[in-house]
Design a binder for this molecule. Structure first.
Ligand code: SF4
Ligand code: SF4
Length: 365
C-alpha cells in the first residue's frame, strides 16, 4: 500500500496550545497540553526539515497561538530555509511592529488573522479577552505595512452571524486580499458549546446570500472563501481533503495526526515524532492507514458515487455524534444517523446557554 500514497501537501504545525484568547469554538482538544511538554526548537526544526524532505509544500504555523512561542521567528526562518511556503495562523494579539518586521525579515509568506466580530464588545466577549478586537485591527495594519499578504478569518456562528455584511466590509477595509468566512465546525470546544453557537437554517440561508452579495460588491479586490456548517448541508465536506491524503498535523507535544481534532478518536495509537520519523507516521502507521482511501468504508459510503469526493466525511464528527469513528458521517443525508443533526438543530433554537470558555486544565468541574 505504501507505494501508492502521495506525499502530504501541507504540515499543520501546532506549536503550542497556549493562547491569550479563550474562544468557545476553539478546535483544539478539550484536554489542552501545557507548555512543559512542548517540542523544543530543535525538535520543531527537525520536523520542518522532515516535512520538506517528504515533498510537502507548505507549513501552517498554528496553535493555540503560535506567537506564544518565543522561537516563532527562528522556526519561520528555518521553514523558509528548507523550502516550505510559510503561513502564520494567528489571533494577532501577541504581535507588534517589532515581531511582525522580524517575521517578514525571516521570510514569512502569509498571515491569517482571526476576527470575532465587528462589534468589539461582542467580539471581546466571544474571545474571552477585553481589547482583543482593537488589538487585532492594529496588528492587521502592521501586517499590511510590512507588505505581507493578509487573510482575515471570520469564524461565524449564531451569536455574530447577523452582522456578517459589516464584518465582511471591515475585513476588506483591513486590507485582506482574502476573507475566509468559516462557520464553526462542531468538534473540540465547539461541540461542548454547540447549543450556544449553532445557527438556524434561516440565519445560514441569509448568510449565504450575504456572502454572494459581498463577492459581487468586493469583486477584484478580495477573494471570499465560504465554509458552510455540515449540520445544514446535504453531504459532508471532504474533511481535510480525505484522511491521510493531503495534510498532516503535529501537535505541541509531537503527536502526528491526520487532522487537528483526531486525538478525540478512541482506539488509534498516534505516532510521535519523538519515537519515529514523519514519513513512517504518514506512510506506515495504523492511525494514518485506518481511514485512508475507501476500503474501510461501511455502507452506504462503500457503494456511493460520492465516496472519492468527500471520503466519507469527518471521522471526528462521526464519533462525536454516534460513538463510532468508522460510521458514515451523520452530516450526510444518506446516513442512518442523519436525524441526530435535526435534534441538535432543534436544541440550538432555544435561549443560548452561557459559553464554556476554552482553558488549559480542561472543562470546569
Ligand atoms: S480559536 Fe481562539 S482560543 Fe483557539 S487557538 Fe484560535 S484564537 Fe486561540
Ligand atoms: S454516503 Fe458516504 S460517501 Fe456517500 S455522500 Fe454520504 S458520506 Fe459521502
Amino acid at each position: 500500500m505504501t507505494d501508492t500514497i502521495a506525499p502530504p501537501l501541507a504540515l499543520l504545525a501546532e506549536l503550542t496550545h497556549r493562547c491569550p484568547l479563550q474562544c468557545p469554538y476553539c478546535s483544539n482538544p478539550v484536554r489542552l497540553a501545557g507548555a512543559s511538554g512542548e517540542l523544543t526548537t530543535a525538535e520543531w526544526q527537525d520536523v520542518l526539515a522532515q516535512a520538506a524532505g517528504m515533498d510537502a509544500l507548505q507549513v501552517h504555523f498554528s496553535g493555540g497561538e503560535p506567537a506564544s512561542r518565543r522561537d516563532l521567528v527562528d522556526l519561520v526562518r528555518h521553514a523558509v530555509g528548507v523550502g516550505l511556503y510559510t503561513n502564520l495562523i494567528t489571533s494577532g494579539v501577541p504581535l507588534d511592529q517589532t515581531r511582525v518586521d522580524a517575521l517578514a525579515e525571516a521570510g514569512l509568506d502569509h498571515v491569517q488573522i482571526s476576527v470575532q466580530d465587528v462589534d468589539d464588545a461582542n467580539g471581546d466577549r466571544v474571545a474571552g479577552m477585553a481589547g482583543a478586537q482593537r488589538k487585532k485591527r492594529e496588528v492587521a495594519a502592521i501586517v499590511q505595512r510590512a507588505g505581507l499578504p493578509l487573510t482575515i478569518n471570520l469564524a461565524v456562528h449564531r451569536q455574530n452571524l447577523d452582522r456578517l455584511p459589516a464584518m465582511l466590509d471591515m475585513a476588506a477595509g483591513l486590507g485582506a486580499a482574502r476573507i475566509e468566512v468559516a462557520h464553526v465546525q462542531y468538534y473540540g470546544w465547539a461541540l461542548v458549546n454547540r447549543d450556544s453557537l449553532l445557527p438556524s437554517r434561516a440565519q445560514l440561508d441569509r448568510a449565504t446570500e450575504q456572502v454572494e452579495a459581498a463577492r459581487v460588491r468586493l469583486a477584484g479586490a478580495v477573494v471570499i472563501d465560504y465554509v458552510v456548517p455540515d449540520y445544514h448541508a446535504r453531504f459532508p465536506k471532504a474533511c481535510m481533503g480525505g484522511w491521510g491524503r493531503r495534510f498532516l498535523t503535529v501537535t505541541p507535544t509531537g503527536l502526528v495526526l491526520p487532522c487537528h481534532a483526531a486525538e478525540s478518536l478512541p482506539g488509534l495509537d498516534f505516532p510521535s515524532v519523538r519515537d519515529g520519523s514523519l514519513a513512517e507516521a504518514w506512510l506506515a502507521s495504523d492511525a494514518f492507514n485506518r481511514f485512508r482511501g475507501t476500503g474501510w468504508m461501511p455502507a452506504p459510503c462503500s457503494g456511493c458515487d460520492h465516496r472519492e469526493r468527500d471520503w466519507g466525511g469527518c471521522r471526528c464528527q462521526a464519533f462525536a455524534l454516534t460513538g463510532n469513528p468508522a460510521a458514515t458521517d451523520p452530516a450526510c443525508s444518506r446516513s442512518a444517523d442523519h436525524t441526530l443533526l435535526d435534534v441538535a438543530i432543534q436544541d440550538a433554537q432555544t435561549e443560548p446557554p452561557a459559553f464554556i470558555y476554552r482553558r488549559i486544565g480542561g472543562m470546569p468541574a
